[in-house]
Design a protein around this ligand. Sequence first.
Ligand code: PAF
Length: 304
Amino acid sequence: MQLIKTIKKMKDISCYLKKKEFSLGFVPTMGYLHEGHSSLAARSKKQCDITVLSIFVNPAQFGPGEDYEKYPRDLERDKRIAKEAGVDYIFYPSAEEMYGSRYGTFITVKGLGDIMCGKFRPGHFDGVSTVVAKLLNIVSPDKAYFGQKDYQQTIIIRKMVSDLNLKPEIIVCPIVREPDGLAMSSRNKYLNPNERKNATILYRSLEEAAANIKLAWKYLDGNIKPAGTKTSGINLNEIKKRATDRLLENEVVSEVDYFEIRNAENLEEIKDLDVFYSDNPKAGIVIASAIRMGGTRLIDNMII
Ligand code: PAF
């Protein structure tokens, strides 16, 4: 496994591999790797000849007062995990290498970057789209792998890649969870033992909402309506409110940024499940939430 620090060297290697007709898989990360990242690398290894993993804590996607400075960094640990996962090259540029001193070009994916997480982290997704576009240009992979945990990010990246006619196929891999259900994340490191113990509330509240929606699905599919109604009788606002209340009742949840139920393909809000289902019988639904526990922001989602 080789560590590459410059854009030129990474481009040269990618060019060389192309000439040799090797297929290239790419796993962009901000480091402090966990099993979620290893699962992306494993998928890339299965599907591509060579796997490149980038480690870059991207300053452009952090807002003022966010955790850019304290974001966990441990290159030696990451090298060990990446090697075990079968990564061939780690691309590890500095902020100076990526943005220089007079950087001026940013990518905005309209309509998708200012909802959900974007509402609470203004500019975050412009920073993500920009760095991902740069990384895809530098590494020039055939396939790029992202985790479903950052669901909104995956939708934005897919849209950007399609709108800008970028080359790679975007592959989204399932969320990897701790045994108690907490989605793996580098930021879980910030949680104190009591917060960590309580953090599963996020997963549990998504599961409960999903169970209610699946029930409605069953009603609608089987045409079994609750007595006296013409619909599934499921009210999404009630489901969202119940979940939010339940989250806020937890002793360590300080804020619920959002708890939303949206079209899994385009993130459009679903107001009425019955109308949505009859208009889009095959479409998926994403239930997504972001909460704060003290200084830590946690996100999670479920697709049904
Ligand atoms: O998901 C992440 O870790 C980051 O947002 C990404 C895609 C590596 C861009 O910095």
